[in-house]
Each structure stands twice: as C-alpha cells, then as structure tokens.
Design a protein around this ligand. Structure first.
Ligand SMILES: [Cu+2]
Length: 114
C-alpha cells in the first residue's frame, strides 16, 4: 500500500523533475531590495551550478567583487564586494553551467541607500 503510493508520487513528479534544471532560487540582497549595506552577495540554486562568471555593475561601471565560491558546482554561490558599496543602483549578472550541462545565466538588482 505504501509502496504503491510512493510509486504514484514518483510517476507524478517525473515530468516536473525532467523538465527542470537548476535555477536561482534566492539571492542576497534580494532581487529589487533596498539595503543599507551589502556584506556579501549570494545566490542559492535548487541544484548545483558551476558559476563561470559574475559581474557587479553600477550605472554600467564594473564594481570589484571577490569570489568566495570557486569553480566547482555548488548550490550556494558567495562573493564579497572588495570595498563597501556606495549608495546607488546595482546589477549583478552571472553565467553558469547547470548540472544537466545547460548554459544558464541570470541577474538580480538592488539599491544601496545611505
Ligand atoms: Cu537544463
């Protein structure tokens, strides 16, 4: 009885699992957030992601960040601003390789206030 129920669950979930590949679930700061300081930048994925490149820009200008997470696939990616971020609007963009081999990219933005 239990076995049959579990099997039914697996069958029901299979199309969702096979269609999905790792994506960004949450970021720090959150997408669209207004914050007063940014001690670190992070992204969490639902499946390990190899992050190939990241950029942080403000008004098109590159802002220096230091990767904490290396090139190995990880469910959490972390980087730190090299210097405290000045007030302004920031765009974080990334490119990566999902665990199923698909190239992925994404971005999130946030605002730093005084
Ligand atoms: Cu995929």
């Amino acid at each position: 009885m239990i076995r049959k129920t579990l099997l039914g669950l697996v069958v029901a979930m299979t199309p969702i699992l096979s269609a999905a590949h790792s994506k960004s679930e949450a970021t720090t700061p959150g997408d669209g957030a207004t914050v007063s300081e940014v001690p670190e930048l992070s992204m969490r994925f639902d499946d390990p992601m190899r992050i190939i490149s990241v950029t942080l820009t403000a008004g098109g200008a590159d802002i220096a960040i230091e990767r904490e997470t290396g090139m190995e696939p990880a469910e959490e990616f972390r980087a730190m601003p090299s210097e405290a971020l000045a007030p302004g609007d920031y765009l974080f963009e990334w490119r990566g390789m999902a665990s199923d081999g698909h190239p992925m990219q994404g971005s999130f933005s946030f605002t730093v206030t005084e």
